[in-house]
Ligand binder design. Structure first.
Ligand code: NAD
Length: 308
């Protein structure tokens, strides 16, 4: 029969390439392939696999007259013209569930880093300062964690937090399945009650017109003064000005951020220089496990689409 030809133009874990080959597909692995070369060769392929670098534009899709599936390893489809693809009957798939555990673990790590001033004391000690006296912190045990967005990552973080002896409050626009709440003893509350009742707050919503800027001054003023807010979702969920004001005025105790409204943020920006902010450069999914799962879960989906 027909040999299924797969083109991969971004760097992915070998395990995924092997899976596709074992399924009998002919795989061309060309990470870093340029735009012109892609336009020249795409017509021969049935499957195109990318991460975020390759721009799968209207032109690429139109030249890909044999395309059946476009796969995006990981989360986000902003680099793919999904509308054009679907209009031409091409399936577009990704593998966001591969990143869930890594991102939830990072959120837990950021909570600990902020609560115990790990990043701050590390930085002080690097410059020779033994900042012990000023570095009293908090335990997570017995505290309340408010989770905004009780989806995949939010629920996984709730499991980790309940292992740490925390109580969980959850807020979501979609009612989560009853057992996902019961399993971790989470209580569903409104957003204002979540802010008023939480010692730690962790944000796990998707970015939408409704969540853009959703956390601003009115909510931040409702938070406990000892509250630490963690964001591993998208920077735009915060109104950044209000967050800086809250951190400077002591409405909250601290923040731990993996994401920013502009990435990377301007050097010297307040969020990078305030002593009560822990910051990482969007590393939620930067683990060997997440990257391997991204491509193997995607390969599984593509194989089942092609074989069905
Ligand atoms: P998900 O779709 O499983 O969960 C998102 C949840 O947010 C859903 O339950 C949804 O109902 C809820 N939600 C949507 N709009 C809302 C609103 N207005 N108010 C309250 N809740 C709302 O997604 P996920 O896989 O858990 O990912 C969550 C976020 O994490 C996404 O923004 C994603 O981009 C981000 N993410 C970041 C990294 C990283 O590297 N830091 C890695 C993976 C994912």
């Amino acid at each position: 029969g027909l040999t299924v030809k797969v083109l991969i133009t971004d760097e992915v874990d070998e395990a995924g390439v092997d899976m596709l080959r074992s399924a009998g597909f002919e795989v061309k692995y060309s990470p870093g392939m340029g735009k012109d070369e892609l336009l020249g060769v795409i017509g021969q392929y049935h499957v195109l696999i990318v991460r975020s670098r390759t721009k799968v534009t209207k032109e690429v899709i139109e030249r890909g007259r044999n395309l059946v599936v476009i796969g995006r390893s990981g989360v986000g489809l902003d680099n793919i013209d999904v509308e054009t693809a679907r209009a031409r009957g091409i399936e577009v798939v990704n593998s966001p569930e591969a990143l869930t555990n890594s991102t939830a673990e990072l959120a837990l790590g950021l909570m600990l880093a902020a609560a115990r001033k790990i990043a701050y004391t590390h930085q002080q000690l690097s410059s020779g300062k033994w900042a012990k006296e000023e570095s009293m912190g908090y335990e997570l045990y017995g505290k309340t964690l408010g989770i905004i967005g009780f989806g995949r990552i939010g629920r996984r973080l709730a499991e980790l937090a309940s292992c740490m002896g925390m109580s969980v409050l959850a807020y979501d626009v979609v009612k989560p399945p009853e057992d996902s709440l019961r399993k971790v003893g989470a209580k569903l509350v409104g957003l204002e009650d979540l802010f008023a009742g939480s010692d730690f707050i962790s944000i796990h919503v998707t970015l939408t017109p409704q969540t853009k800027g959703m956390i601003g001054e009115p909510l931040l003023r409702k938070a406990k003064r000892n509250a630490i807010i963690v964001n591993t979702s998208r920077g735009e969920v915060f109104d950044t000005q209000s967050l800086v004001k809250a951190l400077e005025s002591g409405w909250i105790a601290g923040a731990a951020l993996d994401v920013y409204d502009k990435e990377p943020p301007e050097p010297g920006s307040k969020l990078l220089t305030l002593p009560n902010v822990v910051h990482t450069p969007h590393i939620g999914a930067q683990t060997y496990e997440a990257q391997r799962k991204s491509i193997t879960m995607l390969a599984e989906k593509i194989i089942s689409i092609i074989k069905s």
